[in-house]
Structures are given as structure tokens and as C-alpha cells.
Design a protein around this ligand. Structure first.
Ligand code: SAH
Length: 577
């Protein structure tokens, strides 16, 4: 819940705008003196927006502060609504992100103010990766920011965002010559003694398989899990799930144990567990639930392909009564991540926030040089950029997949939507089940052009690429003819290049057999880019010389009209006729 505190009329008006926009997320503290309002909001809420001067807010908050982990995130907005200042809890409390949201909502030039060093210079904060972090977080972060060498010691290649070059295997650039430093960042699920200037990131690497007799208590389960991890030298902060057999999905002790660990309880059918090869099968679970192994088999199954059993089955040892719980621990093999990211037609504000987030999450970016140029300023320092010229598509796709397979976080970028006449298909044709894939849709050229033309896609429509480099012309012709016969609005991609002149006139001639010469045609070149050009003409009057490879051509159907200079295709439902 976000608590809203205001003292003046202007502040209250701005608070009301937030309350109206986010009724479920906000609560107004507008009664009584400001001091008590802040105190109450601080106690109730996980975030605060104070429409007060920063000085006043600091004085009111000071006696309430408990510590970085417990305090809410606090954003201050000035009287004129020009700035949304992330005052407290930038990462942990989410104040940096909230400041951005508040500024966007208040609009009219309201600017988010973020002073957290890692955000300001584009380096990922150790505490912003979503992974638990322990040890000398401040000292290591300081060294990362100051450009001082930091030795990175990772047990495995996790798909981390880009780190600056002075953070590396030897504490030197890209794992080059070892630089001696006592500032170390470990990425491991192992317990280890930390020196004064060392921190450890806990990757989501472990799954604990558990078995339980009916009525086993959460305390017995948790006690066993805790001891097992401790004896094996493993951190509970790397545990991502408890896993067991379907028959135990409702067992209260297991459910409560998972909840107290803050992880999901994942369950699997007995038949699936019975098929897993385990070191310690036994007769008791076979008789009770139909699989010779629960803990070991569930841990391995939940941890996925190529998981490794790091602790074999153990039983709890309660004093004076039979054991009711078993557990085993498996380690996941890290999976690389391939994000296929559409950058939109060109304009920065048509790049989606999700695409932007994926670019900042990646340590490797693969794409055509002109598209990479479009977003280079958004990449984190240290991002490895693998760009290539036109053509070489298969090779680009293969490179991206190979990098993901090596465990990296990869963004494969393309203009418009990366799945439309672009890189997603060759990449996914190549990618196996051993990597994670995330697709981010982008505004494709047909949509960017349509918005400029008016409403040409108001009824059924189709896209056809006129490039016959990889598709025989006879196939393209057949599709255009079908579109003509079925009266679909058609958008031509790749309509004409320096070497290909013939295709567009031939395609238009096929459409003209079924459509009037006066049918509106939109020609849009460089939609949303600096030299954008929009032309509305007709089937009879279109001059193919106005068309090149930076252009899409949208031909209306038999009902499309020009209205006040705009291209409009009626929706054609009966209520409109
Ligand atoms: N993935 C891209 C399309 C790649 S095919 C997308 O979804 O938009 C390349 C063709 O797309 C170009 O020949 C041109 O026809 C069209 N195109 C791409 N961007 C464009 C833009 N900004 N304006 C007009 N046409 C564009």
C-alpha cells in the first residue's frame, strides 16, 4: 500500500490525482497534523509519497527509521509538482521506480530525481538483481562505482546483466591479467567466510526435495532442511523451491514449511518420480505413494535437466519417536537467457518499457549494426555488442543462441517486431530446450504506418513481403492473388529495392483486377524516424518510384475511403451500414 501525505491545497490536489489513478494501491492520510499522518503512514504502508519539502520530510521521518531492510520507500513531491524525489529506500523500498511512476502520472514536465549511485551511472546495484546478497554490500558497490578492481568469483555462468570491465575474473578487464584486490564478489550457493571487503550474491540454484509422513510438523521439516543445508555447507538463500510428490500437495507441515522459507511447494506425479534414477530408493514410499523415491526424485525433477544431486536423502531425527520427514538437495544447472526484442519502428517513445528493461538485463546484445545504433545509449556499461551488417541473418541467429547456451543473458534485437520478417524465427529454429527464451513484442512497420495514415486496418488485413530472395515469386504471387480475391487490406513489406523493381507493379496489378482504380493506397517511408514521409494516393496513381526499402505500402479493400485526407477502412459490421 502507498500512503499519501499532503499539507497544502496544491499537495492535496496532487495526492488526489494519485489516489484517483491508483485506488487499489493508495491510501490518503489527510487527517490531523502532518507529523501524525506521516507516523501512521510509515507504520501502515510499504511506500509513502509525501507532498512536502524534502527538509520537512527528513525531519519527520528521522525518529521513525529502523534500517534499510525494514523502512518503506519514500518519495517527496514539491509544491509545484515539478520533481518526484526518491528520498529513501531507492532499491529495497522501490522508491526509485515509484518516483518514475509518480512523475509520469503527474506529467507536465514532472521529473523523477534518483540519486542512488548505481542507477545514476547505469551499473546494476548488487541489491537490484532480485537475488539475496550478503556481506560488505556497500564496500563492493562503492568499488564497482569507483572503477576500482573487483574480483568476481562465480561458481557457474549465471545470466547476469553486464558488469563494468573492472569487475571480472581476475578483478581485471574481461578476466585478463589478475589484479590483486581484496574486494571480492562471489556468486555461489556455498556458505563461505567473508572478509571485510567481500560480498556474496546468492543465485537461485538449489531445490530441496522433501518427503513427509501424514501429520509431520513444519518445525520437523524446517529443522531437517536447515540442518541438511548447514551440514552440506549450502546457503538457504539459494533455495528456490521445496519439491515433493502430488499426494503430499496438501500436507500442512510441508505447506507451512515452504511458506516460512518463502518458496513455492512444487509437486510431481508419483509415476514421474518413479522414473528418476536415484541413489537411495526405498520400499516404504513405494508402498505409501507409489514411487521408490520422493525427496531425491522430486529435488532432481524440480531442478530440471542436468541437475546434480548435492545431498542424498536424509531423515529427520526427533528425540524419542520415529522420523516423519526426509529431504535431499539438488543443484540446477544455470540456464542462459535469450530475449528476442522488437525495438519498434524507430522513435524512442515507441520502444516499449519491457524492451528497455530487457536491454538493461542483457550482458550480450546481438543485432544488425543500424538497429544496435538505435539503442546503444540504453545499454549498461560493459555490455558486449555483437553487431553485423545486412545479410548474415542465420549467423546472427546462431551467435545469439550460442551465447545464451554459454550461460549469458542475451538480447537479440530487431526493428519493429523481432518476429515479423526478422530474427525470431531463425533464432528459435536453432534454440533448444536448454535455454530460456523471452519474446518482447514491438510496434511493427504496418502498425506504425497505419497510425500515420488513419485507420486503414479497421477490417481484415494481411502482410505480404515482396522480397523474393528466399521465397519463390510464384508463391508470393499466389498469396497476393488470394488477398485480391478475398478483398483483404494488404500491407507490402520489402516492397522495392535498388535491384528489385518488377515486384511491386506486378503485385499492384494483381490487386487492380479486383479493386477500383480509386482504391486508396498509403505509402509510408521511415515511419517514426527523422525523415518520415507519408503519402496517400490511389491504386491508379501510385508511382512506384516513391517506394523503396524503407517503405511500406498499404492498399485498401473495396470499402476503404479517403476521409478528410485520412485512409479509413470501415469495420463493416451491419450496425455501421
Ligand atoms: N521486423 C520489421 C520488418 C522487417 S522487414 C518490422 O516488424 O517492422 C523490413 C521492411 O520493413 C522494410 O523493407 C520496410 O518495408 C519495412 N519497415 C521497417 N521499418 C519501417 C519504417 N520505420 N517505416 C516504413 N517501413 C518500415
Amino acid at each position: 500500500m502507498i500512503g499519501l501525505v499532503a499539507a497544502t491545497a496544491a499537495g492535496s490536489a496532487a495526492a488526489r490525482r494519485l489516489a484517483d489513478a491508483w485506488p487499489e494501491r493508495t491510501r490518503c492520510y489527510d487527517e490531523g497534523p502532518v507529523r501524525t499522518a506521516v507516523e501512521r503512514a510509515f507504520a501502515d504502508c510499504d511506500q509513502l509519497v509525501c507532498f512536502l519539502a524534502t527538509g520537512a520530510t527528513v525531519r519527520l521521518l528521522a525518529p521513525l527509521l529502523r534500517g534499510k531492510a525494514a523502512d518503506p520507500g519514500v518519495v517527496c513531491v514539491d509544491e509545484a509538482g515539478r520533481f518526484a524525489v526518491a528520498l529513501l529506500g531507492g532499491h529495497g523500498g522501490g522508491a526509485n521506480a515509484l518516483a518514475a511512476e509518480v512523475a509520469e502520472l503527474l506529467g507536465d514536465g514532472c521529473t523523477p530525481v534518483v540519486t542512488t549511485a548505481t542507477d545514476a551511472v547505469g551499473v546494476p546495484g548488487l541489491d537490484s538483481l532480485g537475488w539475496p546478497v550478503e556481506g560488505a554490500v556497500a564496500a563492493v558497490t562503492r568499488a564497482v562505482l569507483d572503477g576500482a578492481p573487483v574480483a568476481l568469483r562465480a561458481d557457474a555462468a549465471w545470466p547476469l546483466p553486464a558488469l563494468p570491465p573492472h569487475v571480472g575474473a581476475g578483478g581485471g578487464a574481461g578476466g585478463g591479467a589478475a589484479v590483486s584486490t581484496d574486494v571480492r564478489l562471489y556468486v555461489t550457493d556455498r556458505r563461505l567466510p567473508l572478509a571485510a571487503r567481500e560480498a556474496v550474491l546468492r543465485p537461485p540454484s538449489l531445490v530441496v526435495g522433501v518427503g513427509a509422513s501424514r501429520g509431520a510438523s513444519a518445525d520437523e521439516v524446517l529443522g531437517l532442511v536447515g540442518e541438511t543445508l548447514e551440514d552440506a555447507g549450502l546457503s538457504p538463500h539459494s533455495v528456490t523451491a521445496l519439491a515433493t510428490v502430488d499426494a503430499k500437495a496438501g500436507e500442512p507441515g510441508l505447506r507451512a514449511a515452504a511458506e516460512r522459507l518463502g518458496v513455492p511447494l512444487r509437486t510431481f506425479p508419483a509415476a514421474a518420480l518413479a522414473a528418476v534414477d536415484v541413489p537411495t530408493p526405498s520400499a516404504a514410499p513405494l508402498a505409501a505413494v507409489g514411487t521408490p523415491s520422493v525427496a531425491e526424485a522430486a529435488a532432481l525433477t524440480a531442478a530440471g535437466a542436468d541437475a546434480e544431486l548435492v545431498v542424498r536423502k536424509r531423515k529427520s531425527a526427533p528425540a524419542g519417536r520415529p522420523a516423519m520427514a526426509t529431504c535431499a538437495v539438488a543443484r540446477r544447472r544455470p540456464r542462459g537467457r535469450l530475449a528476442v526484442v522488437g525495438l519498434g519502428p524507430g522513435a524512442r517513445d515507441l520502444l516499449t518499457p519491457r524492451a528497455r528493461a530487457e536491454l538493461r538485463r542483457a550482458s550480450v546484445v546481438v543485432g544488425l549494426d543500424q538497429y544496435v545504433a538505435q539503442i546503444r545509449d540504453l545499454l549498461r556499461p560493459g555490455t558486449r555488442v555483437l553487431e553485423s551488417g545486412l545479410g548474415a541473418e542465420e549467423e546472427r541467429a546462431r551467435t545469439a543462441v550460442a551465447e545464451a547456451r554459454a550461460g549469458h543473458a542475451v538480447a537479440l534485437v530487431g526493428s519493429g517486431d523481432a518476429g515479423v520478417y526478422a530474427m525470431a524465427s531463425p533464432a528459435l529454429a536453432e534454440a533448444g530446450a536448454d535455454i530460456d527464451v523471452a519474446g518482447v513484442p514491438g510496434v511493427t512497420a504496418a502498425l506504425a504506418a497505419a497510425a500515420l495514415l488513419g485507420a486503414p486496418l479497421g477490417h481484415d488485413h494481411v502482410a505480404v513481403s515482396l522480397s523474393d530472395l528466399h521465397t519463390p515469386w510464384a508463391v508470393i504471387e499466389r498469396r497476393v492473388r488470394a488477398a485480391a480475391e478475398s478483398d483483404l487490406v494488404v500491407t507490402f513489406y520489402n516492397p522495392r529495392s535498388r535491384a528489385r523493381h518488377r515486384q511491386l507493379p506486378e503485385a499492384l496489378a494483381l490487386l487492380a483486377k479486383h479493386r477500383a482504380p480509386t482504391t486508396p493506397v498509403g505509402v509510408v517511408r521511415n515511419a517514426s524516424r527523422p525523415d518520415e514521409h507519408v503519402l496517400l494516393t490511389t491504386l491508379a496513381e501510385l508511382d512506384p518510384r516513391s517506394v523503396d526499402m524503407m517503405t511500406v505500402v498499404t492498399v485498401g479493400n473495396s470499402a476503404t475511403r479517403e476521409v478528410a485526407g485520412r485512409m479509413v477502412t470501415p469495420r463493416g459490421y451491419r450496425w455501421q451500414t
